[in-house]
Design a protein around this ligand. Sequence first.
Ligand code: ADP
Ligand code: MG
Length: 337
Amino acid sequence: MSADLHLQSVSKRYPRALQDAVHQVSLTVPPGEILGVVGASGSGKTTLLRMIAGLETPSQGEISIGGQLAATPTRVVPPEKRGVGLVFQEGALFPHMNVVRNVSYGLHRHLKHQRLGIAEQMLALVGLSHKRHNYPHELSGGERQRIALARALAPDPKVILLDEPFSNLDPSLRTYLRDQLLEIVRRVGTTALVVTHDVMDALVIADRLAVFREGRLVQCASSEQIYHHPADAYCARLFGPASPAPRAWRGQSWLGDRTWIRPQELELHTQSQEGALRVRVNAVRFEGEHLGFLVRPITDTEGEEQLLVHLPLHQRERHPLNAERWLVFRRAAPEEG
Ligand code: ADP
Ligand code: MG
């Protein structure tokens, strides 16, 4: 089963806190979508998931799942009645229960023989049928997370929430487990929110990204959209360095509505050409695969910011420090949306 999730102006302020942990977040996740939730530590990602799961009550706003009201500040549907599955950073399996009992734990409403059947089905789904009689301490970290996913999926939730499910695994296993978990979620077709502090994870697994900063939803869009049209500097820099577009270029037809520019979209020339901007070379740094040139527009207006330009290693001598050059924009990738 899969359903849409809708948040309307949801805020959460913890007791004694001076500001909201989550502030006026509105968000719609269509059925079957995998939404990546990214943002620095403390930006409210876990609080958001806990409100959706029913482990915290919103201070303001409404949450509905599959068109049914799940939470308002005064009316709260209990977690087990929401049809929401949860997987945390630490799988949090019950240590005294074997794998089958862990996986069938949430199936109170089923008859005993049905419970066993569903648990076996889920174990097959995550490829761990052969571990059915083992206890959590007999499993690897990756296996524990797969069991946690099986347990969360067993009651056939409408929405599944994964809070940094890969972050405690060693790097070699991480990518493998990440791809495996998400392949399973996609196959089951459940609507999913996946919190990760690694933007590369989010890029690979998610249909859209929701970017949080200080409790606010700053942007919710496809990764391409965020890459090319970031809502602010924070969103722009999620995917690597970016410089604000110089004032003289804003609104030019060849720049479109772009306000941020990637270093690989810029070139330095010794001769002027259409759209070129006069700049001075302020610094050059070796960045491994290329050189990073920091240049500043030479204009009468105050406060023009430096731009970072990536050029091939052999161009160091061509643009010495303090040289005046012409900066040219070359779009690196086709425009999205
Ligand atoms: P994230 O998951 O993005 O790291 P959290 O949702 O855990 O962020 O935290 C958001 C903010 O709420 C932080 O400032 C954090 O200190 C605060 N916070 C989180 N949980 C609680 C709690 N149970 N009581 C009080 N403050 C909390
Ligand atoms: Mg968190």
